[in-house]
Design a protein. Structure first.
Length: 653
């Protein structure tokens, strides 16, 4: 076994290969023909010599120089490096943004059509692709990317699947989309062109030499097309700062925004405008997926505005490199099935919460007439002859209900969905679909009837406030003994049993128009909580309430009936000094004991926000790693909490 090299700045490494998960330190020199094995971290300013091979999962930091003829394999992340002539980029390579992008000059070409099996190459915003590169089918080019002089896009495939971020730019001369036949052809010549390419691109046809002037990259590019959060480490640091007081805006509902982005793809013309869109990573991933499918999407996070034009949906594939990032990707199944006649789904991500199966999504589509094939982790669904049918859900899942409703609205005939979810977000999605022209009745009763229509229209719609975000803000006020005003509509009406449980713990909730007032005038009381579907106590609020229970003198009892892995917070709270035990679906918290800061891990979204709340009252500093989980569900967390008086910072590296 080859010994893992010691990270030493300036050291020359010229070995057969660098071991898996090794670290190559700043300014090291990697000799020619070295194989850098999987998952190695290559730090800034490393020099990588000729003919090296970079394995899957290698991360190459900014300012590295990658030499001639280096082969970069699937899943390698290259952060703003300079790529010399002849570098080969395999499918799944990610070129990531660089604050001061450098020219990339790959005189060779990306791997050809027959090598594209799973994941597309992604050229991020701010990257620069040099002259005469050939960009293979399925490539995504991010906003403000620079596509080099003479570049041929989608070589040899007319439906090349290119997604060009707006406003991506070309260097000096326009890039050209190839129009050659889809039949198998020889590899492109050294200059990256074919006869048909030269016909399609006048400057290629005339064999003119393109100019070499490269316009400067804009200093502050907008929101990137893709932000690979799994390649970014985020940490939250929380320190106690006394009671939280003030006014804060509740974000738009995550669990309504995600299905609405999917629903917008059902409109074959026009622009759907969504307002009050939460600026969270799950929404960004949904935007990325919609763009990858062919929709034109303008996302303005600071304005909480999303504009979706789904006139052109060009792809049927929901690729694993996006779907594994957020569970809400399953909400694209029905829209893509209707628009393309087929959908290929490569798995869903998000929080790992035990047995959260997706079978009921597939079974419902099958009962409507869909033909389902499964190969490994990939599900392929073809529309076939869709007809209305009687459907049911074993448990009233809100994503399952929304998916089946979206499948039914354009399916001919009458569809009945029994045991449908009652969550307010489901009703909000139904209201949007009804505004688009869908015929839906029974929302909120548990039995939904859908009469299929021929088409849906684009609409403008404002997303409801997020009751989970509001609940977290209310608990933040309660755990610190403060007084907070929540602005964002009638969130108290959406709390269900949670409002009563908060009241039992000694928290006062009141409303004044669109403002909900939260105060804790007396000592906290212990509580007994059983999670259930709406209007029962929401499982997503169980971890925040568990954090609150650690500050309530006495014994609190929890029973988790929805997700069998929802107690991930318990182990992390014990690191802070909490006294609690877990036995299956039951947890017991002995509250009233002081917490102390420690290093903890956000195992999932709700665990992460529960740790933030605990950190508000834990002596010293609480450091929460894997903070990307928190970012999945809460927008502008640090700025909103800081405005209330919290001492919280977010680190990204």
């Amino acid at each position: 076994m080859t010994k893992k090299p010691t990270p030493t700045a300036g050291r020359t490494l010229d070995a057969p290969f660098i071991a898996e998960s090794a670290e190559v330190a700043d300014a090291a020199h990697v000799g020619a023909r070295t194989r850098i094995w999987h998952h190695t971290q290559v730090d800034a300013d490393v020099q990588i010599g000729e003919d090296c091979v970079l394995g899957k999962g290698v991360h190459v930091a900014a300012a590295a120089v990658i030499g001639n003829r280096v082969k970069i394999q699937d899943g390698c992340g290259v952060f703003g490096a300079t790529l010399e002539d002849g570098v080969m980029l395999a499918p799944g390579v990610y070129l990531l943004e660089d604050p001061a992008p450098r020219a990339i000059n790959p005189a060779g070409h990306l791997k050809g059509r027959n090598d594209w099996r799973r994941e597309p190459v992604i050229i991020r915003y701010g990257a620069t692709v040099g002259a005469n590169a050939v960009i293979a089918p399925g490539v995504t080019i991010g906003q403000y990317a620079m596509v080099g002089i003479g570049t041929v896009v989608g070589h040899d495939v007319p439906d090349h699947g290119l997604v060009m971020g707006n406003p991506a730019r070309q260097l000096g001369w326009p890039a050209c989309a190839a129009t050659a036949s889809t039949t198998t052809s020889p590899a492109p010549p050294a200059d990256g062109t074919t006869a048909k390419d030269r016909t399609a691109c006048p400057w290629l046809r005339d064999r003119r030499t393109p100019p070499t002037t490269v316009p400067p990259v804009l200093a502050q590019p907008p929101q990137p097309l893709l932000k690979e959060r799994h390649m970014t480490e985020v940490r939250y640091r929380v320190r106690p700062a006394g009671p939280l007081n003030g006014t804060v805006v509740v974000q738009g509902a995550k669990n309504a925004a995600l299905p609405m982005i999917g629903a917008a793809l059902l409109a074959r013309r026009g622009q759907t405008v969504l307002r009050n869109v939460p600026a969270i990573t799950d929404v960004q991933h949904a935007v990325d997926l919609a763009r990858l499918l062919g929709a034109h999407v303008e996302y303005h996070p600071s304005d909480r505005l999303l504009v979706i034009d789904a006139t052109e949906i060009t792809s049927s594939r929901l690729p694993a490199d996006l779907t594994h990032l957020f569970r809400g990707s399953v909400l694209f199944l029905a829209p893509v099935l209707h628009r393309r006649g087929e959908v290929i789904f490569e798995g869903a991500g998000g929080c790992a919460l035990g047995t959260r199966g997706l079978d009921f999504h597939y079974r419902g589509l099958a009962r409507l007439g869909g033909h389902i094939e499964e190969q490994g982790t990939t599900i392929s669904i073809k529309a076939g002859n869709l007809r209305g049918a009687d459907l049911y859900l074993d448990t009233p899942s809100h994503t399952g209900t929304e998916n089946l409703i979206m499948a039914a609205v354009l399916t001919p005939g009458r569809t009945v969905i029994e045991n449908a979810a009652l969550e307010p977000e489901v009703l909000d999605v139904v209201a949007m679909l009804t505004a688009m022209g869908a015929q839906i009745s029974g929302a909120g009763t548990g039995r939904i009837v859908v009469n299929g229509v021929d088409e849906l229209n684009a609409v403008e719609y404002t997303i409801m406030p997020d009751r989970m975000d509001a609940g977290v803000l209310a608990i933040a006020a309660a755990i610190t003994g403060g007084a907070v005003n929540l602005v964002g509509g009638a969130v108290l009406d959406h709390f269900g049993v949670a409002a009563h449980k908060l009241h039992q713990m000694g928290i006062e909730l009141g409303t004044a128009g669109a403002v909900t007032n939260v105060t804790r005038p007396r000592q906290l009381h212990p509580i007994n909580v059983i999670t259930d579907t709406h209007p029962g106590f929401a499982t997503d609020l169980q971890p925040p309430l568990m954090a609150l229970a650690t500050q309530a003198p006495g014994t609190s009892y929890f029973r988790e009936r929805i997700h069998d892995a929802r107690y991930a917070l318990a182990g992390e709270l014990t690191k802070l000094g909490a006294d609690l035990t877990v036995d299956g679906e039951k947890a017991v918290v002995h509250g009233g004991k002081p917490l102390r800061g420690a290093e903890v891990i956000a195992r999932d979204l709700r665990t992460g926000i529960g740790l933030v709340l605990a950190g508000l009252v834990a002596a010293g500093e609480t450091v929460i790693s894997n903070g990307t989980m928190v970012d999945r569900g809460h927008a502008d967390l640090t700025s909103r909490f800081t405005a209330l008086g919290a001492d919280i910072t977010r680190e990204e590296f």
